[in-house]
Design a binder for this molecule. Structure first.
Ligand SMILES: *[C@@H]1O[C@H](CO)[C@@H](O)[C@H](O)[C@H]1NC(C)=O
Length: 191
């Protein structure tokens, strides 16, 4: 009987884990809102129909981690799930640095691009990637679930868009400029 309740407890905890999105920490994200100084090395993603530049951000909504479009001038964020559009006042901004830069590559059909940036997971435990596509006079950052094979964008009162040819955000590590003379396979000893 005790073992059975233990099993039930473990199962209940597993369910909690499965139903809750988890942040991806491969890249550097900075918690921000409109009261904070906008980071210089934020990653540009596109522009919205109002002509504002949109930087790459992420938010948590309904236990999913989702890509967000951040406007530096207003300090506001917009984002979408696979069905609805929403806005947020607090978000995380993706930042580049001396060793890591970010680029957009053409992709389609949910193809898994090497080094694609993931914001985290959804409430169904799917990895969520950052895509962008041209629609409605804008270049929108959108939400990419590979099994859905399209970049999903919903902004304001505009209709839901699901675009099969889009771009995916990927990271690129720059060569380590501090040690150009150290040959491959040579590792400094930890001291
Ligand atoms: C640059 O960003 C990468 C990815 O987030 C991180 O692993 C690395 O430590 C950062 N490097 C510096 C110099 O901040």
């Amino acid at each position: 009987m005790k073992q059975l309740s233990l099993l039930a407890l473990v199962l209940a905890q597993l369910l909690v884990v499965i139903n809750c999105g988890v942040y991806d920490y491969t890249d550097t994200w900075v918690l921000s809102d409109k009261t904070k100084k906008f980071p210089d090395n934020a990653v540009l993603g596109g522009f919205d129909p109002n002509g504002y530049d949109n930087f790459v951000g992420r938010v948590v909504y309904s236990s999913s981690i989702l890509p967000a479009r951040i406007v530096a001038e207003t300090g506001s964020a917009s984002y979408n799930t696979e069905s609805l559009a929403n806005t947020a006042t607090s978000y995380e901004l993706l930042v580049a640095n001396v060793t890591m830069s970010y680029h957009w590559v053409h992709s389609y059909d949910g193809y898994r691009e090497k080094n694609a940036v993931s914001v985290g997971t959804s409430n169904t435990n799917d990895r969520v990637y950052v895509c962008r596509c041209r629609t409605d006079g804008a270049l929108f950052i959108g939400t990419l679930y590979l099994p859905q094979r399209s970049c999903i964008v919903r902004y304001g009162n505009l209709p839901l868009r699901q675009v099969e040819k889009y771009e995916v955000l990927v990271r690129k590590r720059k060569a380590d400029e501090r040690s150009p003379l150290i040959p491959d396979g040579w590792f400094p000893l930890d001291v």
